[in-house]
Write a protein that binds this ligand. Structure first.
Ligand code: GLY
Ligand code: MN
Ligand code: MN
Length: 436
């Protein structure tokens, strides 16, 4: 397994963090293990910031970067332990971890408490996640206090703690080549899963049977976990934005909205498709579908370098509002609908979000009140939708139609790359994939 680790992307990212911290010290822990019930844990998931800088996925690990002349990257991790490895599996141990992941030093995690005050001494600031968890905040405070207690030996304690996530968020916003390759792979696997769902869903099945097809496709391609909980929402459930029960029996004539994306090697994908369970859109379903699709395609046109982040949301509002007027879902003029936000009755979420290691990825959307400008290397979802609940003011043939169409888009130098493009999307493509 070891020979396959390419540590160079992580070394490069650490170089950038070294440059950002100057003479200070950065301390980044991975995520704690979390119990699910009694003595049974959730499948372990590392912390994304820690992973970004290390590629190391074992729990109980902490990265320390000591800046300035001493300049060294130190990993604290679990020691090798044959007894534990018989039960829980392989662990690198400090020596192998140092060599394979190219740290300057690696020490057993048990040494952290003792070493941190020494490493912090005479550094003016500590860069670490602040407010991420009470236990970690307390650990940092205790280490700073321990340096203060050494002050009679002539050392001084750091006088500020800076949230390192602000620096890392800016880095994470622009994906590097290594990340883009993994995100493309995650996107393709999720695309296969959605296509499989279209191929196999039938009236009379339960939503969880479709969910099983998604999981099957993810896992058989090496993506063991979803990037977020699957949404498999048929009929009226499609109008529940975060529907999670997956227990309804699907009916002939239903639409099925699936929002599902795998996590592959620590990177998320996030696709939504909506299709008729019996393979053929009804007239009203097709009209609403086409409205959402046209909005999504119009959004694609403004996902390019130089555009402010919110531009595509405005485009989504404009196209959807006009279509809602055309379909008789709303009354008034386009200006009124936009000004008075009456579109929010049927379109109540934003057009998308950053995506990367986390499905709703790190990074500011606005800085000091100004929307971020799109740049090559940013990854973003494009996901307008319409959700029409039963309502006396709405023509009945539209009731319970909920449609969202979501792709994962990489901003490139010349425009964008739709990483999830292989997922059927037009009415004809979707009906063909349903194959009936
Ligand atoms: N699946 C979560 C989202 O679309 O934002
Ligand atoms: Mn989604
Ligand atoms: Mn999304």
């Amino acid at each position: 397994m070891n020979a396959l680790v390419d540590s160079s992307p992580y070394v490069q990212r650490r170089e950038r963090l070294f440059a950002a911290i100057g003479d200070d010290i950065a301390i980044i822990p991975t995520a704690p293990e979390v119990l699910r019930n009694r003595d049974t844990g959730y499948l372990y998931r590392h912390d994304s910031y820690f992973y970004y800088l290390t590629g190391f996925v074992e729990p109980e690990s902490v990265l320390v970067l000591v800046g300035g002349n001493e300049r060294k990257a130190i990993l604290f991790c679990r020691e090798k332990n044959l007894e534990r490895e018989i039960w829980d599996g392989y662990r690198y141990g400090p020596d192998a971890a140092r060599e394979i992941f190219r740290f300057d030093e690696a020490l057993p995690i048990e040494k952290l408490k003792e070493e941190l005050p020494k490493l912090m001494a005479d550094r003016s600031a500590v860069h670490t996640p602040v407010g991420m968890g009470a236990a970690w905040d307390a650990e940092i405070a205790a280490a700073i206090n321990a340096v203060r207690n050494m002050s009679r030996t002539g050392v001084s304690a750091p006088n500020s703690v800076i949230d390192v996530r602000a620096t890392l968020d800016d880095m994470r916003l622009i994906k590097d080549r290594h990340e883009i390759d993994l995100m493309r792979r995650a996107a393709v696997i999720s695309s296969l899963a959605h296509t499989r769902a279209m191929n196999t869903a039938r009236p009379g099945q339960y939503e969880y049977q479709v969910e099983a097809e998604l999981s099957h496709e993810f896992i058989r391609h090496g993506a063991r976990t979803p990037a977020y909980n699957h949404i498999v929402a048929s009929g009226p459930n499609a109008c529940v934005l975060h529907y999670n029960d997956s227990n309804r029996k699907m009916q002939d004539g239903d639409l099925l909205l699936i929002d599902a994306g795998c996590e592959y090697e620590g990177y998320a994908s996030d696709i939504t498709r909506t299709f008729p369970v019996n393979g053929k859109f009804t007239g009203p379903q097709r009209d609403v579908y086409q409205a959402v699709l046209d909005a999504q395609l119009a959004c694609m046109d403004v996902l390019k370098p130089g555009q402010p982040f919110n531009k595509y949301h405005d485009v989504a509002i404009e196209v959807l509002s006009q279509r809602m007027l055309d379909l008789g879902l709303l009354k008034g003029t386009l200006d009124q609908v936009i000004e008075e936000k009456t579109y929010m009755k049927f379109y109540m979420h934003r057009a998308g979000h950053w995506i990367g290691m986390d499905v709703h990825d790190a990074g500011d959307y606005r800085k000091k009140g100004v929307w971020q400008t799109l740049q090559p290397g940013m990854a973003i979802t494009n996901e307008p939708g319409l959700y029409i609940r039963p309502d006396k003011d709405v023509p009945e043939h539209f009731w319970n139609i909920g449609i969202r169409i979501e792709d994962d888009v990489l901003i490139t130098a010349t425009g964008n790359e739709n990483m999830t493009i292989t997922t059927p999307k037009t009415v004809a493509e979707v009906e063909a994939a349903c194959g009936r």
